[in-house]
Design a protein around this ligand. Structure first.
Ligand code: SF4
Ligand code: F3S
Length: 383
């Protein structure tokens, strides 16, 4: 499942998700997952967690939990037969150690992960993953923090998943980002952390494609992880912030299979980034018949018309925001009344900088077509 790390053009993202891999593929995958879960069960250097006791404590019924299992199995593009495996995966999810490192960022992805409005099944699972190091969440600081990181890297050498939040400043020998008393540059830091990890998960627009820090003129030479680290399996979960459900999906799949999920050419998991915002948008019918909001607060806005003319970049953006949503599935940007600003695409900010100006498209565009002719589009990204 690992794919070679490479950066390709936006038009190459137009992959259709292959949901029909055949019985043999799923039978082999099932056996592999079974073996992996048995292996994780036998690992003895992790605390035993009674997840069902935690669920009961938080007032979440088993019925609701198994409803969540069904929905999550489907969203990870797995057949129904994998539901029991997914439930068993959660029982051993704390046996995959995680090190979370922050670089040039606002910590918005960590904040999104920490939502405090009350526990959901997602939040409970994220609560019990074996987070060995996270600068924002842990109590130690200074030398004690450095020691904790060193201990985690030694104890779980070759086993830990390295989550990276933030871009890496590379200009002028990396002087724009250093960490610790020794003045280790971020480039050196990520190279050291990556050397002994099993895989890297780049979280958020900055860690994946450079994000806001890499916007022109990019004085710090900010880059995404895949442009700095070589020789390691990498998965990108872009967006500003990355959706915690997608982070959890990657952790679940990795725990269950021991591998990263199927990725698109930009190393994004296909289960989350296989379709465009535009294809699942609740306002799409208005786009197709030509009902547009023409100015903020007009009658069209009140009627929930399409936001394309107000700058929505949903036709250019691959992500599952309309289906997964945010804040306990209550809303997402377009539902809240503003267009998608393309925050999960490479070039976000410069290319999609004119957030409230429409992208232009040529006369060959056929709204009924499955494929939006990205290569023919001039995105109005001027500032
Ligand atoms: Fe939805 Fe935006 Fe597409 Fe309109 S242009 S249908 S608001 S995603
Ligand atoms: Fe970002 Fe667009 Fe989703 S702005 S959060 S990709 S709706």
């Amino acid at each position: 499942m690992f794919e070679k790390c490479s950066r390709k053009s936006i038009s190459e993202n137009q992959v259709r998700v292959n949901t029909n891999k055949g019985d043999k593929y799923y039978a082999d995958l099932y056996r592999k997952c079974r073996k992996r879960i048995d292996y994780l069960r036998k690992k003895d250097n992790f605390a035993q967690e009674d997840f069902y006791a935690r669920l009961a404590q938080e007032g979440i019924s088993r019925r609701d939990f198994f409803k969540w299992i069904s929905a999550t199995t489907a969203s990870l593009m797995l057949p129904v037969s994998f539901e029991p495996l997914l439930a068993q995966t959660i029982e051993v999810i704390n046996r995959v150690p995680v090190i979370w490192a922050n670089f040039q960022d606002c910590a918005g992805n960590s904040e999104a992960l920490l939502r405090t409005d009350g526990p959901t099944v997602d939040e409970l699972i994220l609560d019990i993953i074996s987070l060995e190091f996270h600068e924002l969440l842990m109590a130690p600081s200074g030398e004690a923090a450095e020691q904790q990181l060193a201990d985690a890297m030694t104890t779980f050498q070759g086993e830990y998943i390295l989550f990276v939040e933030g871009s890496i400043p590379t200009a002028d020998n990396g002087v724009y980002g250093t960490i610790g008393a020794s003045g280790e540059t971020y480039v050196e830091h990520i190279t050291r952390l990556a050397a002994d990890c099993a895989a890297i998960v780049a979280v958020g627009s900055c860690a994946t494609f450079g994000g806001v820090p890499s916007a022109a003129p990019n004085p710090t030479g900010a880059k995404g992880v895949m442009d700095v680290v070589t020789g390691k399996p990498i998965v990108n979960i872009p967006a500003c912030p990355a959706n915690p459900s997608n982070i959890l999906g990657v952790v679940l799949l990795y725990t269950m299979t021991g591998e990263l999920p199927d990725l698109d050419p930009l190393l994004r998991p296909k289960f989350a980034f296989g379709t465009r915002i535009h294809d699942a948008c609740e306002r799409r019918v208005h786009f197709d018949v030509g009902n547009f909001v023409e100015e903020w607060g007009d009658e069209g806005a009140q009627k929930g018309y399409c936001l394309y003319k107000m700058g929505c970049k949903g036709p250019f953006t691959f992500n599952n925001c309309p289906t997964v949503k945010f804040n306990r599935e209550t809303s997402w940007p377009v539902a809240a009344g503003h267009g998608c600003i393309g925050c999960s695409e490479p070039g976000f900010f410069d290319k999609f900088g004119a957030f409230e100006k429409p992208a232009l498209y040529d006369s060959s565009y056929n709204p009924a077509s499955d494929v939006f002719p990205v290569e023919n589009i001039v995105v109005n990204g001027g500032k």
